[in-house]
Design a protein around this ligand. Sequence first.
Ligand code: SAH
Length: 346
Amino acid sequence: MKHLIDQLARERDLPDEALLSLIRCETPEAEEYLAQTAAAVRQKHYGKDVYIRGLIEFTNYCKNDCLYCGIRRSNQKAQRYRLSEEDILECCRHGYELGFRTFVLQGGEDPYFTRERMVRIVSSIKQKFPDCALTLSVGEKSREEYEAYFAAGADRYLLRHETACPCHYAKLHPAELTLAERMRCISDLKKIGFQTGIGFMVGSPFQTPQNILQDLRYIQSLRPEMVGIGPFIPHKDTPFCDEPAGTARQTLRLLAIIRLMLPTVLLPATTALGTVSGDGRVRGMQFGANVVMPNLSPLSVRKKYMLYDNKIATGEEAAESVHLLRKTMSAIGYQVVTARGDWKHE
Ligand code: SAH
């Protein structure tokens, strides 16, 4: 495997068969070498810096019915909430004091947040925190709507493609959601000029190594500034309640592979990775990740944004505990920085 990993690091690419064998490879030696190689590439572009993003989960209302997701519209048991503009600004103020210079507004696809409301929220955040970057993650919208967000000052947008295989996509989503439309959104975001993040769940139901290969090919062709991957974790009130979770190890291997393919990508060690494995986010850094996204939502709603079971929300994951995160990261030689943490050109 070593020669394949070296080749991937050198050429940022591998033929399909070689890439598949790397995706499938589970030996500790290969993992160790992947981690080393990815960490060296990360070091070259981002040093030991860890960028932090304050994640504000501002609504869990959703008009979609994704089969894997705990806040899908059919889940009658979800306790729905939405934050007011004032609540959101308060989260930002708190986050700013804690050292956050990027805020991420994430939510279900909630029709209450019309274009006008979103534009107002984006404008006031950018006006009050002009030195901060703002990321949106609110799902599929028209090109015009994305343009309005961008004109209002939003800098980045996260929209995971979820899987690059149309058949697999159809097994994870109801018929009204299509991969073609998801990709239309992603391509619009990129054209408009957002720093764009895509990604997928690792170990989602029906996922094959071939699907992961397709995901990596799509990532290579789009050249996103950010890639978010995390293990699938079942949620008890969804059709996938009995499906097995994805593993931390496979997620870590894929983080490293993605770092080698896109050396300057912004790559978070996600909450889901921290949920399946206590040291997941720290291990993530050692496999090439350079971003963490602590939870900045008000404590009163945090337990309600349950995309999957046992999602971590307090403890070291929480924004208010960023001092603990700083300590943990510095113990392994990384430093949490107070910076926007934009994508870098090579
Ligand atoms: N509505 C927004 C935000 C979705 S939540 C959007 O459509 O982009 C952010 C991500 O959480 C999703 O893209 C999905 O990949 C992930 N997610 C949802 N349910 C999950 C689960 N059960 N396990 C792991 N990740 C999940």
